[in-house]
Design a protein around this ligand. Structure first.
Ligand SMILES: [Zn+2]
Length: 324
């Protein structure tokens, strides 16, 4: 490593440079940073027995609207490998990661071979009637979190996409650290088999409720919904931090008043007044989903826990609506 100070650190307040630098990662493996908890869990599994990747984003942070902190910038500068989802989700990292070019392997996992992308959807009610399948609204750009992107960035919520990301990460790690190449490959095969089992398990769990209509607060679950063929009817807000307008609220209230929608899945940071406005006088049940696992402990089990938590919450809310 060159001794000169990286420009990314120069941009930080001086105080940040005076704070003690935490000890480097354990073991003889490369220093790996992963941005998002569920994907960090997958990488932690690939590196099992070799080293521990560092998780960049803290539990309260929203990848759509995060601002890089000094400690996070330091972790990036020290890294040999950085795995992120990509610019459509993590716009805050675009410039910092560009400045690491030549110093670290920066890997956007949304570019993994074999990964399936879905187009971003618009907010509001996506479709009328009982049609299933390919007639969902296709938004092109500017919807998700204000980014001018046409792809839905929540790629990790499809376990087959997770397998594609694992294969990509194994290839990168084996190239950066060939000494442990066989270990990465063996761990990767084990995780891939576990992800296939997870998909079958969730498919079975959701089978009795997959036709039941529901709404979500933030349109984060399209990959999960498409993989498991559940029946979402629309999103209240496209970005978790943007409030819906009066027209959208009125349209959603009309739809809820029809009585077909069983559940409204909110997120922890949603204002309760909005949820009350939407659901007052209706029979819709409200439950909370979390697309990045804020309450889940980081580690190799985080990905499976996140998907089981999503599936369990959906199944619980929707099956209550069927009755015993
Ligand atoms: Zn999102």
């Amino acid at each position: 490593m060159p001794a000169r100070i990286h420009p990314l650190l120069l941009a930080l307040p001086l105080l940040a440079l005076l704070l003690p630098v935490p000890a480097p990662a354990l073991g003889a493996g490369p220093k790996v940073v992963v941005t998002l908890k569920p994907v960090h869990g997958l990488i932690a599994g690939i590196m099992a027995g070799i080293g521990q990747p560092q998780l960049l984003l803290g539990p309260g942070a929203d990848p759509h609207s995060h601002a890089l902190r000094p400690s996070e910038a330091r972790a990036l500068v020290r890294a040999d490998v950085v795995f992120w989802i990509g610019p459509a989700l993590e716009g805050y990292l675009q410039k910092p990661l560009a400045s690491l070019a030549g110093r670290a392997a920066v890997v956007a996992l949304s570019d993994s071979p074999g990964l399936r992308h879905l187009p971003a959807r618009k907010g509001g009610i996506w479709r009328q009637g009982r049609h299933r399948g390919r007639d969902r609204g296709h938004a092109h750009g500017r919807d998700h979190s204000g980014h001018e992107r046409s792809r839905d960035p929540h790629i990790w919520l499809d376990p087959r996409n997770a397998r594609a990301m694992v294969a990509r990460a194994v290839a990168v790690l084996a190239r950066v650290d060939p000494t442990h190449g066989a270990d990465y490959r063996r761990n990767g095969e084990r995780i891939s088999a576990a992800l296939a089992g997870l998909e079958a398990e969730i498919d079975g769990l959701l089978a009795p409720v997959r036709a039941l209509p529901y709404l979500v607060l933030h349109d984060a679950y399209q990959y999960f919904e498409t993989r498991f063929r559940t029946n979402p009817q629309g999103a209240i807000a496209i970005a978790a931090d943007r409030k819906p307008g009066a027209r959208r609220i009125a349209a959603i209230r009309r739809r809820l008043a029809e009585g077909r929608i069983r559940c409204l899945f909110q997120e922890t940071q949603a204002p309760s007044s909005l949820i009350e406005t939407l659901t007052a006088g209706t029979t819709v049940r409200v439950a909370t989903l979390d697309p990045i696992g804020r309450g889940i402990a980081p580690g190799p089990d985080a990905y499976g826990q996140l998907l089981r938590q999503l599936a369990g919450t959906m199944e619980n809310c929707l099956s209550y609506a069927i009755g015993p």
